[in-house]
Design a protein around this ligand. Structure first.
Ligand SMILES: *[C@@H]1O[C@H](CO)[C@@H](O)[C@H](O)[C@H]1NC(C)=O
Ligand SMILES: *[C@@H]1O[C@H](CO)[C@@H](O)[C@H](O)[C@H]1NC(C)=O
Ligand SMILES: *[C@@H]1O[C@H](CO)[C@@H](O)[C@H](O)[C@H]1NC(C)=O
Ligand SMILES: *[C@@H]1O[C@H](CO)[C@@H](O)[C@H](O)[C@H]1NC(C)=O
Ligand SMILES: *[C@@H]1O[C@H](CO)[C@@H](O)[C@H](O)[C@H]1NC(C)=O
Length: 774
């Protein structure tokens, strides 16, 4: 998001700000005027589009029938025009809610009765919990707060969240916004969060409309002179089907999302927002999106101005609308569509089709149903934002997402009896804004790490570096002295938005500046145990600390949200038993030299010295692997039962001739849709502390397949809470079609015949043999 440089200049920003100040009064919490179909407006009484009992498509058709071409064009922009003659107000489509209601979009603002909203951990942290019900619950809470703010006139109902691009490269500045590097897990995250946001309102209704972005193959912002506005991602059909598109498909099919956003970049020479193959044919045709497709902010302008994809602006407008784009974040379509129709580049019917998709979503949100207070969620107000229960969930999310990377000799948890004084040191030791990451709003309140630790013990605080850049070591002696006096030392290190964010990809994976020297010196000076806590979105190469016996424990907190400091302290002192697992590979710095960020290939190419990407394809050394995460207790995991043979039923249209001598079955040749394998597992907590265990279930297809043979990939996961000494029986269901198929070089899914290896956790393995049922 964020308007690109060409569009977003500071002067415009100022005038936009002035405009916003003029057009909004302070939030009073009083009910907003109805967006349309105001029962007090005699004008609207006869309009069919206002008839709540009529079907949505009939209401939409009625409204479109009343619009002029000029009006239609002006409804194609995020700041959709008001139509006073039809009793319709203007509407700002752009709101954001990545991990809490955010003011990153112009549709939402904080003041008056809504000074802030619950700020959950950044997505990469919440993802590390591997807790699907948590993901959905957060969506529910965020949409309660969004509805409350909408009722009070402070927010919109269309949220351009979540970001579900697969984290392909560890340098990506937006790593923090994503659920990590695994497409299956990202797909599950997307579906859960979207379900939470959109609510399970009856029928076709929407609580708020979510949006999965940025479609597709987008995860480069600004690297080595190449930016997202000019980047042409060269992607194989295999990687597209097997990796990049997986979360979007899950978001549409399982999450039933009401919107998808196309990206700035090109894919194989075509701007995604003007490519009918990936928009019209795939999202709408193949996946059946029930909703609208929106551009990233000003990406239609980008494909014309920056990419010079068409000769004229009218062609750019026509190409995107014909490709399936329904709404422009930016003024381009509003400015050029009318003329594009007049020139005959598109028909008015094409414009009507686009509007039908956006207007239907507004109808499903209840925006044409009159008085907001009389509608579902109409009772939500200021008391429902930042409520104690919501803030408690933000704390739980942080507790569940923190990952214990190292715990030498069980140094953690600390004890508030033995560790009465704790030295709290480092650039992130007393931060607030850093904890909420990007695409945040204004939190209800903050607990910094220093404040959190202060609830358990006396603290001696030394920030030691002015900021995360840590450009000098002048204050290090004072930090050493603090560590000498204390019973334990906690160093809070890492990154912030000055190192990784939108339009800022990283150039390296090491801790910046003198941070490493600070850790090294303090660990040597420290009287008690030394613990390092890291805040970062992407992975950090902390090999030195992993190896150093003086550093007893390492915690990764991601960007843990408003309650982050409290959650960190709860883990340090053992009030919470950590159970988070890394949702991405932590590569060593040396990895970067072998992988240009522009190379989109997932698979390794040893002949060219290309090591491949993510745990699914990369086999080289790692600092910490995908799925790593320790706990204060011990678990014993046993396989109880799982099938050893699967006979794939052939679909009636196939016979031995059409099958040929293939050793893999195309999905269309088998009725595998309802075929699911149940893997029954027992998890026993053999330690002395209650805890949660995340079961990660992988599969490795046989080498006979044509796809990713030989690579394990995640096909199921489940988080369980097990109290000390007891055990839990779990069943993980694996969908054969979806999860045990393989993608060939043409992007075609097949189920390889022969022996598939199922792996539970790091070392429990089980073979299942697949054959055809003739
Ligand atoms: C709407 O119609 C009613 C009844 O015909 C009339 O009394 C009222 O003044 C009208 N309201 C407006 C705002 O025109
Ligand atoms: C929408 O924004 C654009 C650019 O900021 C502006 O030119 C246009 O007038 C706005 N349209 C409406 C209906 O407010
Ligand atoms: C956040 O931290 C900054 C810098 O330390 C401080 O000035 C500010 O008051 C803090 N804000 C809140 C709400 O605690
Ligand atoms: C197999 O199916 C093909 C195409 O449907 C058909 O032409 C052929 O006769 C069938 N062969 C056998 C052995 O049934
Ligand atoms: C998942 O998160 C919810 C909400 O915090 C929590 O109640 C539940 O116990 C968590 N599940 C596990 C297995 O920890």
């Amino acid at each position: 998001m964020a308007y690109n440089n060409h569009f977003f200049n500071p002067f415009r920003a100022l005038s936009l700000l002035a405009l916003l100040c003029l057009s909004f009064s302070t939030n009073t919490g009083e009910a907003r005027r109805p967006f349309a179909c105001d029962p007090n407006n005699n004008l609207t009484k006869g309009f069919k589009f206002c008839m709540v009992s009529a079907p949505v498509n009939a209401r939409v058709a009625d409204l479109i029938g009343r619009l002029t071409l000029q009006e239609k064009s002006m409804l194609l922009a995020n700041n959709a025009t008001a139509l006073p003659r039809l009793g319709i107000q203007s509407y700002e489509w752009w709101s954001e809610a990545l991990h809490g209601v955010s003011n990153a979009g112009s549709g939402t603002r904080f003041d008056g009765d809504f000074p802030g909203a619950t700020s959950f951990p950044q997505v990469i942290t919440t993802a590390a919990s591997f807790n699907e019900s948590l993901w959905e619950l957060i969506g529910q809470v965020v949409s309660d707060e969004a509805r409350a703010m909408y009722n009070g006139g402070a927010a919109g109902l269309t949220y351009w969240s979540p970001n579900v691009n697969v984290l392909r490269d560890p340098r990506w500045g937006r790593a923090q916004e994503t659920p990590g590097e695994d497409p299956f897990m990202t797909s599950k995250y997307a579906a859960s969060y979207v379900r939470g946001l959109q609510g399970n309102a009856k029928g076709n209704q929407l609580k708020v409309a979510a949006c999965c972005k940025h479609y597709t193959a987008y995860d480069l912002d600004d690297w080595n002179g190449i930016d997202r506005y000019h980047f042409n991602a060269k992607v194989s059909k295999q990687d597209l089907e097997e990796t990049y598109n997986v979360p979007f498909k899950g978001c549409v099919l399982e999450g039933k999302v009401a919107s998808v956003m196309c990206s700035y970049n090109q894919v194989n020479g075509k701007p995604t927002c003007a490519d009918p193959e990936i928009l019209k044919n795939t999202i709408r045709g193949e996946w059946g999106l029930n909703g609208y497709i929106v551009s990233d902010c000003d990406s239609v302008g980008v494909l014309y101005d920056n990419q010079h994809y068409t000769e004229t602006p009218e062609e750019a407008a026509a190409d995107s609308i014909k490709a399936g784009l329904d709404l422009d974040c930016g003024p381009f379509l509003a400015d050029h569509t009318e003329k594009a129709v007049k020139k005959g580049l598109i028909t008015e019917k094409d414009v009507d089709n686009a509007l039908a998709n956006t207007l239907a979503v507004q109808m499903r949100l209840g925006m044409f149903d009159g008085e907001p207070s009389a509608q579902p969620f109409g009772n939500l107000g200021p008391k429902d934002v930042c409520s104690p229960a919501h803030q408690q969930l933000a704390l739980e999310a942080a507790q569940q997402g923190i990952v214990l990377l190292k715990n030498r000799g069980g140094i953690l948890p600390l004890s508030n009896r033995r560790h009465r004084t704790v030295a709290v040191i480092g650039p992130n030791s007393d931060v607030n804004v850093t904890m909420i990451g990007n695409y945040a709003g204004v939190p209800c309140e903050y607990t910094t790490p220093l404040q959190g630790i202060g609830r358990y013990s006396k603290t001696i605080h030394q920030q030691a570096c002015t900021d995360v850049a840590c450009n000098d070591n002048e204050l290090f002696e004072a930090a050493e002295a603090a560590a000498q006096q204390a019973d334990a030392t906690v160093l809070v290190m890492g990154l912030d938005q000055s190192i990784e964010t939108e339009m800022r990809d990283r150039t390296g994976l090491l801790l910046p500046g003198y941070q490493r020297e600070l850790v090294y010196r303090v660990a040597r000076a420290s009287r008690g145990p030394t613990i390092m806590v890291l805040m970062s979105g992407g992975p950090v190469d902390v090999s030195f600390a992993k190896k150093d016996p003086r550093i007893g424990a390492i915690l990764w907190a991601g960007f843990p949200g408003q309650a982050g400091g409290a959650a960190i302290a709860d883990v340090l002192f053992g009030t919470t038993n950590p159970g988070g697992k890394l949702p991405m590979t932590w590569y060593p710095e040396s990895y970067l030299a072998k992988v240009p960020m522009t190379n989109m290939n997932m698979r390794a190419n040893p002949a060219r010295g290309y090591p491949g990407r993510t745990y699914r394809f990369y086999r080289g050394p790692v600092v910490y692997p995908f799925g790593h995460g320790l706990t204060f207790t011990t678990f014993d995991v046993k396989l109880i039962q799982a099938p050893t043979q699967v006979s794939l039923p052939l679909s009636s249209a196939v016979n031995s001739t059409t099958l040929g001598a293939s050793n893999a079955l195309k999905l269309e040749h088998t009725n595998c849709n309802s075929l699911s394998l149940g893997v029954h597992i027992n998890v026993k907590n053999t330690g002395t502390m209650d805890g949660t265990h995340t079961l990660l279930v992988y599969s490795t297809p046989p080498a006979s397949g044509k796809g990713s043979a030989g690579n394990k990939r995640l096909v199921g996961f489940k988080k369980v809470h097990v109290s000390a000494g007891s055990d839990q029986r779990i069943v993980v269901g694996l969908q054969v079609c979806q999860h045990l198929s393989d993608v060939d070089e043409f992007g075609v899914r097949r189920i390889p015949l022969g022996q598939h290896q199922i792996q539970i956790g790091d070392d429990l393995k089980h073979a299942v043999s697949f054959n055809m049922r003739m």
